[in-house]
Design a protein around this ligand. Structure first.
Ligand code: ADP
Ligand code: MG
Length: 469
């Protein structure tokens, strides 16, 4: 999505006040009645209506009069609120080019006052699925409430909490810097997504590192759940960094084993295809790494890993990410739906609640007011009482079909020989984990040189861009 931050410079305190009022109204309303916006914003002499016109012009809100006259925030409006808060906190002071478009996120470079380039990830849950799902499923047509703000904010909070906790346990992840609303700020990884890399100097080492990471994650009680070549960054020294954590689950999740196996399988498939990685067929069986009898029938598997579920719980809680948050986002990710929709209307049409909350929601999440910056000359923060980043929205969630990693990587044709593949993968999985644990017997095709695809461009572009800022 295009993010033109120029308009940010020209928005006034009142503009932000009204924008924030729309945001608050959206806790309980998909479309916020104009009078409610006016009431929350509390501007004198009908000032709200004039401001709403200006916000409309800049596409920060959307006008909807299908049921009643009202407004909702657009992604851009939500972006502006988050960016302004982060700029006011001094987290960064300029927004640069877009470096990634995910399925449900947009990723930009940002720069701090001293020219350090960071990454800002704006979560956009519901962007892809909302229209598609809504048009497909009847039961949604009478569900008027769908809160993408809540879901996106949850995804950002989760990503931030996990990134921070993983970093503290020395996992190779970007440094988590700050988080506000649906926006996460992290360090810039100087590298490329693995999917762009055509050849590696040491594919077997890279492979082992990656499988080792999956195993170590599980030992720490976690499964990435989207561990594929799109979410693994690699630099010129073939150092790995993992990214993208909103879908992570605990090893105690009921489908933990399936997710774990899927992550491993994605890595295997990719390395086989791209780097021609294969294994010594004559290699002795078992290697002492098999599961004990039981359901897994002697193959090396999830259950052979010593896991410590809950290991990161304290750190996650410290970041403000609760079990309830985890449940809510997991529900969305897994596409669990509340059939019947009995409680659909719970949060609807309760204008007084939103107005009443106005005074209570002190902006605990907001930074210092009026920090001066040069690149984004943003007006002062509106008064605290009108702002909240700790909204406690509890809207029904819209389910989304689970994304299979094979689809993500465009390998759908591989599903045909599933049985055979599964068998082979089981075997190879066993060997890979053995290798990771120091009993390595991998053989790979000989890749004698590196070709990092877009190598030339990225680092120098970042530097040039930073200088311009
Ligand atoms: P999504 O959840 O939408 O898949 P990701 O977090 O995987 O988003 O990011 C999408 C792309 O953005 C990545 O493939 C990568 O190219 C780029 N990217 C994300 N985070 C960083 C980072 N910290 N440093 C450099 N590039 C990044
Ligand atoms: Mg990703």
């Amino acid at each position: 999505m295009k993010l033109d931050v120029n308009a940010l410079r020209y928005l006034s305190k009142d503009d932000f006040r009204v924008l924030t009022a729309v945001e608050m109204g959206m806790r309980n309303h998909e479309i916020v009645p104009a009078e409610l916006v006016d009431r929350i914003a509390g501007l004198k002499h009908g000032g709200t209506y004039k401001v709403l016109k200006n916000l409309l012009k800049h596409k920060l809100v959307h006008h909807d009069s299908s049921k009643y006259d009202g407004f909702r925030l657009t992604y851009l409006g939500y972006d502006f609120l988050a960016i302004k808060t982060l700029v006011n906190r001094g987290v960064f002071s300029a927004v640069g080019r877009q470096i990634g478009v995910g399925k449900e996120s947009d990723i930009f470079e940002v720069a701090t006052e001293d020219g350090t380039v960071l990454v800002m990830k704006l979560h956009r849950l519901g962007r892809v699925s909302f229209r598609a799902v809504k048009s497909k499923r009847d039961y949604l047509s009478h569900r008027s409430s769908y809160n993408w703000l809540y879901l996106s904010r949850l995804a950002a909070l989760k990503e931030f909490a996990f990134m921070k906790a993983l970093g503290e346990h020395e996992f190779p992840v970007p440094t988590a810097i700050d988080c506000n609303r649906h926006c996460v700020v992290m360090s810039l990884i100087q590298g490329y997504p693995l999917v762009q890399v055509k050849q590696l100097q040491n594919p077997d080492d890279v492979f082992e590192t990656i499988i080792g990471l999956i195993v170590r994650l599980a030992e720490h009680g976690l499964i990435h759940c989207d561990f594929n070549e799109f979410n693994i960054m690699i630099d010129d020294n073939e150092k790995i960094t993992m990214i993208d954590f909103p879908q992570m689950v605990s090893v105690s999740h009921r489908n933990a084993k399936m997710y774990f196996d899927r992550d491993i399988e994605c890595v295997f498939k990719f390395f086989q295809k791209r780097f021609n990685l294969s294994y010594e067929e004559e290699r002795e069986h078992d290697e002492g790494l098999v599961c004990d009898s039981g359901e897994d029938g002697g193959r090396l598997c999830f259950s052979s890993i010593e896991k410590s579920a809950g290991f990161l719980d304290k750190e996650l809680a410290a970041s403000g990410f609760t079990m309830k948050d985890q449940d809510d986002i997991q529900k969305y990710i897994e596409g669990e739906k509340e059939d019947g929709g009995e409680d659909d209307d719970d949060a609807e049409d309760d204008e007084d609640d939103a107005a009443a909350e106005e005074d209570n929601d002190e902006a605990s999440d907001n930074g210092p007011i009026g920090v001066q910056i040069s690149s984004l000359k943003i007006a002062d923060q509106p008064e605290e009482s009108a702002i909240s980043n700790t909204a406690d929205e509890k809207e029904p969630l819209v389910p989304e079909n689970e994304e299979d990693c094979a689809n993500v990587s465009g390998d759908s044709e591989d599903n045909e020989n599933d049985d055979e593949l599964t068998k082979r993968l089981d075997k190879e999985r066993k060997r890979a984990i053995a290798a990771v644990r120091g009993r390595r017997k991998l053989i790979t095709s000989r890749n004698s040189y590196k070709d990092k695809g877009r190598k030339s461009s990225l680092n120098s572009k970042v530097q040039r861009q930073a200088l311009k800022w």
